[in-house]
Design a binder for this molecule. Structure first.
Ligand SMILES: CC(C)(COP(=O)(O)OP(=O)(O)OC[C@H]1O[C@@H](n2cnc3c(N)ncnc32)[C@H](O)[C@@H]1OP(=O)(O)O)[C@@H](O)C(=O)NCCC(=O)NCCS
Length: 174
């Protein structure tokens, strides 16, 4: 039986073979994710079959980074935030390979991102998890997990720290 795990993006992962159908996200994994990781800009995690010989097929991936946001009028944000921007975790990219979509993998990756965001916020603070939906269609997907647009017609969505529950623990090899 195959054994899948979420790993931090590394050389042995087949970035070039990944296709989700949304080219801007795919291009990020092909060309940018490793460079950003090496520079400390963000961390990308990939879902792979741990038993597969490298280069391992990337079944799905997501990218997290730290950002600062002016969140005082965002839905669910704490009251009386300071005027200056405050810390948050950004789920910058998320995608599942075309052949593996609609199997619950995207939802599992969101659960993992939520868990990591919660741990980060517990360690260093932060008002919540932010996601930039790629288009209007994806807003429905993120809404399922409690994210709300930060303003009318905005593709930026927010899940307050208080709503980041631990959820099911997902195996990670780190
Ligand atoms: C969006 C994406 C990550 C969802 O991953 P997935 O593994 O297919 O999603 P899941 O199987 O976990 O879907 C969970 C539910 O969300 C729904 N859903 C999936 N994609 C959706 C979308 N784009 N919009 C609205 N709902 C969506 C599914 O129908 C499913 O509903 P159900 O539980 O009633 O059957 C995936 O379709 C993808 O990679 N798309 C291309 C890249 C992309 O758009 N990324 C988002 C960038 S912000």
């Amino acid at each position: 039986m195959s054994s899948y795990a979420i790993e931090i993006l590394a050389k042995g992962h087949d970035r070039a073979g990944f296709v989700s159908g949304l080219e801007s996200v795919d291009r990020y994994l092909w060309a940018t994710a490793r460079g950003h990781q090496e520079k400390g800009i963000s961390v990308t995690r990939v879902l792979v079959n741990v038993e597969e010989a490298p280069p391992k097929t990337v079944v799905g991936f997501f990218t997290l980074s730290n950002i600062t946001v002016s969140a005082s009028d965002w839905p669910g944000a704490p009251g009386r935030l300071p005027k200056q921007a405050v810390a948050a975790v950004l789920l910058g990219r998320l995608a599942v390979a075309k052949a593996s979509q609609n199997l619950g993998i995207g939802s599992m990756l969101v659960a993992s991102a939520r868990q990591l965001a919660r741990e980060t916020i517990l360690l260093t603070g932060g008002v919540g998890l932010v996601v930039d939906a790629a288009n209007e269609a994806v807003i429905g997907f993120y809404s399922r997990f409690g994210f709300r647009p930060v303003a009318a017609a905005s593709l930026r969505m927010f899940l307050p720290a208080a709503s980041l529950e631990t959820g099911a623990r997902i195996q990670r090899d780190e």
